[in-house]
Design a protein around this ligand. Sequence first.
Ligand SMILES: Cc1cc2nc3c(=O)[nH]c(=O)nc-3n(C[C@H](O)[C@H](O)[C@H](O)COP(=O)(O)OP(=O)(O)OC[C@H]3O[C@@H](n4cnc5c(N)ncnc54)[C@H](O)[C@@H]3O)c2cc1C
Length: 381
Amino acid sequence: MSEQFDCIVVGVGGFGSGALDSVASRGLNVLGLERFGIAHDRGSSHGHTRVTRQAYFEHPDYVPLLIESYRLWDELAEDFGQPLLDRCGLLLAGHPDGPAVSGTRFAAAEHGLTLEDVSRKRLEDDFPGFAIPEEFEAVWEAAGGFLFVEDAVTAHIRRAVDRGAVLKTDETVISWTADNGAVEVTTDRGRYQAGALILAPGAWAPDLIPGLPIHWDIVRKPLFWFPATNDHYDRANGSGVFFLETPGGDFYGFPSLDGQTVKLAEHSAGLSIEDPLAVDRDVVDADLPPLVEYLETYMPSLSTTPDRHAVCFYTRTPDRHFVVDRHPEHSHVAIAAGFSGHGFKFTPAIGATLADLALDGVTDRRIEFLSATRPGLAPQD
Ligand SMILES: Cc1cc2nc3c(=O)[nH]c(=O)nc-3n(C[C@H](O)[C@H](O)[C@H](O)COP(=O)(O)OP(=O)(O)OC[C@H]3O[C@@H](n4cnc5c(N)ncnc54)[C@H](O)[C@@H]3O)c2cc1C
């Protein structure tokens, strides 16, 4: 006999945890199915911290979702009883005509967000750890900061379970069907039925959201902790997160929380992989050279020999925008994937959006730009 629920959430990582919590907040009977454990390190939501910001250069339509997410992060932290979002500020630099600086200024102007230009003198006085070239310009967004990623996933799950959600971990979904509002999910342990389904499978989108003309590019992304040789990057001294758009790629990082290491990663490149379960979690030859070159040029007071690393996945779409929509063929199925390495900061607002889409069929939020049927998502010939 299969168990019956109002809604099933498949994949309880970043977005699944947000969706589980949002469905549970409606007082509905919701099941979350997760192949690994809570806040595990096999998917895309681990490695201690994630950057967040509001003046979003990628597309100004993300901004309302971010403003809502900030509010929801604060509420979640209050319920969780410990901080989730540190508003330490963001230094963003690059060529003024590049997408990062120009797009950030555009999004800030469009939505009336506070954004400060950082003068040469201020760069020298306040950001001595950075060697920003003359041809770059820099901006400071005080609302930028970082999230504690594993704590954030745990907080959503804990509140969802407190609200009555059923969570089954170490259980792998094998397949699902949807027919006239009746959903059935088959796992390696059983079968479950529901009226609605939310699919948030991260790097396993090709397996669990098959058959759509969307190219999901699964990319192996390492991140590194580099030893600091001075206190130029310390959170305790007022340092914030940073994002530099350089000719060698986009790099971002976090203030030092322990006074000893700075976490840093490259954003734009990466190796495409076939099977996330078989990924190489050691450092490979291609990982470090771009970071070493970046450090030597832009952050010379960090050691170029990392003392630890983690490996994670981006699920990229061709246009690097998310896919958050009803399934084009199944009205009670919502899909969330393709977060292209910049999704975590949105998980509470998009979690609520997924609940709307799966249960009500519509949402008030402006998410047309994240449609599963927009042009340009198909594999390139
Ligand atoms: C190195 C790195 C740095 C990043 N930095 C930032 C940043 O600074 N700011 C930011 O906003 N975003 C950032 N991101 C992106 C962000 O972390 C991701 O967009 C987000 O975490 C993705 O969440 P998700 O729910 O899609 O995937 P996940 O959190 O991986 O969740 C998917 C879940 O589905 C489960 N699952 C899959 N298949 C099955 C199955 N068959 N049965 C049961 N369960 C299944 C998986 O086990 C997993 O738990 C970064 C990502 C990486 C990798």
